[in-house]
Design a protein around this ligand. Structure first.
Ligand code: ADP
Ligand code: TYD
Length: 223
């Protein structure tokens, strides 16, 4: 298939992230979101890279096993999150965006501020230094935050899967994580779409459909 230069020029590569506390419902929606995005962008010759953090590269996936399973010093945990992120940016995210492709990541730096910062109490200033070092000015263009009461999230997760190190944390921990996510969403409303994740799966899918118009995805409403 060939595409006119005009068509590709009006749809630049974009970086979209999904965030929320464990059990809020991200995984339930992200694959369908990526599939719809792929279909819309195929008409302008753009691909979609679906990826995740921790992870996204062979090294990042090895680090993921460590950070999700092994007890470790809080600052070590934050440094490993950012080390994996550096690799992810260098090997996957930046090259994809440079090609004009889109990237959808299941979690990114907001998770570090929410979990290591809000949840575990590491200072925002330290995290901001690492963010600047690892990312420079790179930020997601859009972040979809699944917001949910931790009690509901815990009830959804009970028995659903074997909990990892984070999923075994207390309700108070997840309340702090949620609060930090909401604080960040309030501070950058142009970047965040906050989804009320207590809604039905169908209602959330409907709300996500509206995001494609906001992202100017071909075939999905006004630019
Ligand atoms: P996350 O990826 O955010 O940790 P999941 O998508 O894995 O969450 O969802 C956690 C559990 O909650 C799963 O068992 C899923 O089927 C269920 N679930 C997801 N969304 C909803 C919803 N809107 N209402 C009720 N249950 C849901
Ligand atoms: P996730 O892949 O969403 O887990 P699952 O697929 O089991 O829902 O995220 C893994 C965990 O890592 C999650 O509890 C949040 C945590 N996390 C951090 O603590 N800091 C980070 O920077 C990132 C990216 C994730």
């Amino acid at each position: 298939m060939t595409h006119s230069p005009e068509a590709t020029a009006v749809v630049p590569g974009r970086f979209v992230t999904f965030e929320g506390i464990d059990g809020a419902g991200k995984s339930t929606h992200i694959n369908a979101f990526v599939d719809t995005l792929r279909q819309g962008l195929a008409s302008v010759g753009r691909s979609v890279v679906a990826t995740r953090e921790p992870g996204g590269t062979p090294l990042g996936e090895a680090l993921r096993k460590l950070v999700l399973d092994e007890p470790m010093d809080l600052e070590t945990e934050a440094l490993l999150m950012f080390a994996g992120r550096r690799e992810h940016l260098a090997k996957v995210i930046e090259p994809a965006l440079a090609r004009g492709d889109w990237v959808v990541s299941d979690r990114f730096t907001d998770a570090t501020f929410a979990y290591q910062g809000g949840g575990r109490g590491l200072s925002r200033d330290k995290l901001a230094i690492l963010e600047q070092w690892v990312q420079g000015t790179r930020q997601p263009d859009l972040t979809i935050l699944f917001d949910l009461d931790p009690a509901i999230a815990a009830a959804r997760l009970a028995g659903a899967r074997a909990p990892d190190k984070f999923e075994r944390e207390s309700a108070a921990f997840f309340t702090r994580v949620r609060d930090e996510y909401l604080r960040r969403a309030k501070a950058a409303p142009e970047r965040f779409v906050v989804i009320d994740a207590a809604q039905s799966i169908e209602a959330i899918a409907g709300q996500l459909a509206g995001v494609f118009a906001r992202l100017s995805v071909p075939g999905h409403g006004p630019r």
